[in-house]
Design a protein around this ligand. Sequence first.
Ligand code: KG4
Ligand code: ZN
Length: 349
Amino acid sequence: MKILGVETSCDETSAAVVEDGWRILSNVVGSQIDLHRAYGGVVPELASRKHLELIDTIVSQAIARASTRFEEIDAVAGTYGPGLATSLLIGLNAAKGIAFSLAKPFVGINHIEAHLYLPLLIESAERTPRSHAPTLPRSDALFPMVSLIVSGGHTILAYATAIGRHEILGQTVDDAAGEAFDKVAKLLGLGYPGGPEIDRLAKRGNPAAIAFPRSMLDDPSYNFSFSGLKTAVLYLLRKNQPHRTEDVCASFQEAVVDVLVGKLIRAVVEKGVRTASASGGVSINSRFREKLTAECQRRGLKLLLAPAEFCTDNAAMIAALAFYKLQAGPRSEFALEVAPSIGLGVATV
Ligand code: KG4
Ligand code: ZN
């Protein structure tokens, strides 16, 4: 079963074709970063206009690169939330329009849920021989798992027992981790998005140079808070004491990573699961990957991390999850509207 996925929730215009929920035939991502860089953040109106301009070409490229034709597509999936309302509208309506014109099922997908399950689906694909299609990938052995979704918009710790069955353990009470990276980069006069820049400079800095707070690390909940850390960087810079930017980056990054890895591992241990997973743009961070990999190896835990291109926003994760949604329940109504501030939600564990 070939599913065309469309994703336009923020500033990436993306379309992908995924077969049977795991075989990624194409994944085209048109990044708008250059358009928004001058403003130091995403400008919703510009993002929406750009999505409209790019969507046809990106969808056609996804079909062509998958060596398929529209007539061979079995269902069409689109992100309905969360995200920027005016951005979501473009991709969701494109997905509905294509599904309607092909007389094929349409599936609305929750963007956060798609991030959550992608590392697992990629791992399952690796475990499933190519000749094995069209049976389901072997994912059962990986459940239950604890998963951290950590991006520019979200920092959520979830517990999942099967694809689409999960509950939220904790989340950020203020800024998302990626948002903290972007805001601190701005304070330091670095480019947008800030995560990759801080990651790069931190490699030449001393992570112990400045003792930034590890907010809520010792709090018994699974919640996170990053706005205090951002303020600590601001106060440090205001003091006018000389600091190497590389050291500020390394120390800030270390503080974020300590909290993310610390809470994820604690949840894995307390929930008694053997699989940890991380997804979203911040999960590309090299120090995060290094520390999390070492912690999981030390404890004999299975770690699921997707390749970088599937950590940031992409339509492959939308098309992949849609396969399972169609297996588990009915198609979505064409009346489904965008839900800009929907959360991950709880699906009975
Ligand atoms: O998943 P994503 O593309 O978008 C959202 O759904 O939010 O994540 C983008 C976020 C940005 O905040 C960006 O700064 C961050 O991911 N990011 C990183 C790195 N690469 C991207 N943060 C830390 N280190 C990185 N290497
Ligand atoms: Zn995302």
